[in-house]
Design a protein around this ligand. Structure first.
Ligand code: AMP
Length: 291
């Protein structure tokens, strides 16, 4: 595996791959890789001839009181995981390379970033779409893979790629979970033993809501009550939001008839975790992850 640290070298590598007629698959990450990231690389390999993974802990997407300084890092472990996943290039720019002196441009996606995580993290998605737009111009991928774990991020990136005519196919991949149902996340490393056990309440809340829908419940408020109860019953958990929204527009829905996104954000101690699932998936073409 090649490690590339500069924008210019990355662009030249991608130009050469394109000139050879190779299709480039791209997986952007913030590192501290787990099986969720590795599954995205596997999907990228299926869809492309060569794969690029980036690791960049993007300061723009962290709020002033968030965990930028203590975000977990393990470049050696990540390099091993990427090599054994058959990745061709690790793109590893530093902050100065990404945001040189004088940088002052941003990409903003409007409506789909206002609610859900955007309410508590008002600058987060602008940071994400700005860095992803830059990474697309650096890596020049044909296809880019994103996890459905960060569903709102996936919707915002699809919107950006569409609205700004990026010539990149955006693919969403299912959530990879631990054996007890907890969605894998680099932030799970922050959890103490007791918090780790408590964190299973997110996937349990999704399961409680799914069970309601399977019993024929369609009223969004009643489904949300079932999900929220699981969180409020867990002493170490504090609910940020539980919402039932349209999976394309992310607008609230009152009844679950078509496929609907149930999204959660929950504080477990000082760690904020998110999770989601699609309810009424049977009415959706592609099927995959279940909480
Ligand atoms: P991050 O390093 O957290 O920025 O995540 C990089 C990519 O991995 C994003 O597209 C995430 O949605 C995706 N991802 C993170 N956790 C998971 C998971 N448990 N399952 C699938 N994809 C994930």
């Amino acid at each position: 595996m090649n490690t590339i640290a500069t924008v210019q070298q990355m662009q030249r590598w991608s130009d050469a791959a394109r000139a050879r007629g190779q299709r480039i698959g791209f997986v952007p990450t913030m590192g501290y890789l787990h099986a969720g990231h590795v599954s995205l690389l596997g999907e990228a390999r299926k869809r492309a001839d060569v794969t690029v993974a980036s690791i960049f802990v993007n300061p723009l997407q962290f709020g002033a009181n968030e965990d930028l300084a203590r975000y977990p890092r393990d470049i050696e472990g990540d390099t091993r995981s990427l090599s054994s996943a058959g990745t061709d290039v690790l793109f590893l720019p530093d902050v100065k390379e990404m945001y040189p002196e004088g940088f002052q441009t941003a990409v903003t996606v409007d409506r789909v970033t206002r609610g859900l995580c955007g309410a508590a993290r008002p600058t987060h998605f602008q940071g994400v779409t700005t860095v992803v737009a830059k990474l697309f111009n650096m890596v020049k991928p044909h296809v880019a893979l994103f996890g459905q774990k960060d569903f709102q991020q996936l919707v915002a990136i699809r919107r950006m790629a569409n609205d700004l005519n990026f010539d990149v196919e955006i693919v969403g991949a299912p959530i990879v979970r631990e054996a007890d149902g907890l969605a894998m996340s680099s932030r799970n490393a922050y959890l103490s033993g007791a918090e780790r056990r408590a964190a299973v309440c997110l996937s349990k809340a999704l399961q409680a809501a799914t069970a309601q829908v399977e019993c024929g419940e369609t009223d969004a408020l009643r489904i949300l009550v079932a999900a929220r109860r699981v969180i409020t019953d867990e002493p170490l958990a504090r609910l940020d939001y539980a919402a039932l929204v349209d999976p394309d527009t992310l607008e609230d829905i009152a009844t679950v008839q078509a496929p609907a996104l149930l999204a959660l954000a929950v504080h477990i101690g000082k760690t904020r975790l998110i999770d989601n699932c699609i309810l009424n998936r049977s009415k959706l073409q592609a099927s995959s992850d279940k909480p």
